[in-house]
Design a protein around this ligand. Structure first.
Ligand SMILES: [Fe+2]
Length: 394
């Protein structure tokens, strides 16, 4: 029996190596004045900025540019919006990693409003956004967060009272996502690894989520099947393999679609309090913890017997997929072991840092565990169990 579900939608998708060269045509469909968000200088270094500027000139599109270093804060969004609110911006374009795409998404959502983005941040403000925004085109240059397909933007304030909170609305899903795997060719190995493990975690958590549907299951399975033989090579021996970069770009895009519609698990619950207090990239938090999460979830699902069967079978299916073999019901337990072994292997090969490398101490774990929600984890973990999970990767 299919459980009731809803599906918020997907952006228009333009996918393929070289597509960035034609992004000005997509922009033209929305207007003649574009506000462009980018990182500090990587686009110049790759020569892609000149290409973009030439294309915009060809179409007589006026542009303004804002650069972002690090993760976007509410202040960054508010300052940019007040600078451009009266400028007649007709479309926002973000070209960069997940932080840049999130910043562009939040700015496109706030340009038509007249107050601070803090008013709309979940758990911070008290207003509900009406969904009105300036059209938004997302061009990811890393393969991981899936922000090019999601309906939320994460904003951060780092420090003892820090937070990572979302502004969210179904209409914030980008109007168009232009996915050009060539843009990820220059992505450094450690960033590729963190982002790739984020995409993996998003696909897996949404696949076993309590909110998963046959629709998101099909997508998550498809994303995992492309990711499985590409993640390690693009981070180690084959960074310039465009076929594998394309597989990772596809997996990332799909992970955004599945997370937006099926939800996530306890590792993404942990990403907010950890990322708010410590300067750890989101993908590192997810990548370093996902192996421990799988282990504890599988342990608890096994204890539940028949009640845990559906999620356990899904973990086993992913284990079989990653192990390159067909899934057979009677091999559920050995396929779950295959999954945990493979993730341990990836964690090792990708050299994923531990939480302690970023200043997290044993004494911090209780506070983190207490402030974590289970999200749509397939089993309920109590704070003591979450603490145990964290301890494995301290
Ligand atoms: Fe994530």
């Amino acid at each position: 029996m299919i459980r009731p579900f809803s599906f918020a939608g997907v952006p228009g998708i333009v996918f393929g190596p070289g597509e960035f060269r034609r992004v000005h045509r997509t922009i033209r469909e929305f207007g003649r004045h574009v506000l462009i968000l980018t990182g500090l200088s990587s686009l110049e270094r790759s020569g892609k900025w000149d290409e973009l500027a030439e294309g915009l000139a060809e179409e007589s599109i006026r542009w303004s540019r804002v650069t972002l270093q690090g993760e976007p804060s509410p202040d960054f969004v508010d300052d940019t919006v007040s600078q451009f609110r009266e400028e007649g911006v007709q479309v926002v374009l973000a070209v960069g990693g997940g932080s840049v795409v999130d910043a562009g998404k939040a700015i496109s959502a706030m340009l038509p409003q007249d107050d601070s983005v803090c008013e709309y941040l979940e758990g911070v403000g008290h207003r509900e956004h009406n969904g009105e925004k300036v059209p938004f085109v997302a061009v990811p240059t890393t393969s991981g967060t899936g922000s090019e397909a999601t309906k939320n933007a994460v904003l951060s304030r780092i420090g003892p009272q820090g937070f990572k909170k979302s502004i969210r609305h179904d209409r914030f899903i980008p109007d168009v996502a232009v996915i050009d795997p060539e843009l990820a060719l220059s992505c450094p190995a450690d960033v590729s690894a963190a982002c790739g493990m984020d995409a993996f975690t998003q696909l897996l958590e949404s696949y076993v989520s309590t909110k998963a549907s046959p629709f998101t299951d099909a997508l998550a399975h498809s994303g995992l099947s492309f990711l499985k033989d590409s993640l390690v090579p693009v981070c180690t021996t084959e960074p310039n393999n465009i076929e594998k970069r394309a597989a990772m770009a596809y997996a990332s895009l799909v992970s955004g679609i599945t997370l937006a519609n099926a939800g996530l698990g306890v590792v993404h619950g942990l990403a907010s309090p950890i990322g708010g207090q410590f300067p750890i990239p989101h993908g590192v938090v997810c990548g370093t913890l996902v192996g421990a999460e799988i282990r504890i979830n599988i342990e608890k699902l096994r204890q539940q017997g028949q009640d845990g069967h559906v999620a356990l079978r899904k973990y086993a299916q992913v284990g079989a997929l990653l192990g390159g073999k067909g899934f057979r019901e009677e091999e559920t337990h050995s396929c779950c072991d295959l999954l945990t072994d493979r993730i341990d292997e990836w964690t090792e090969l990708l050299n994923l840092p531990r939480l302690g490398d970023f200043g997290v101490r044993t004494s911090d774990l209780d506070g983190i565990a207490q402030s974590t929600g289970n999200k749509n984890n397939p089993v309920e973990l109590n704070p003591e169990e979450v603490r145990g999970l964290l301890l494995r990767r301290l």
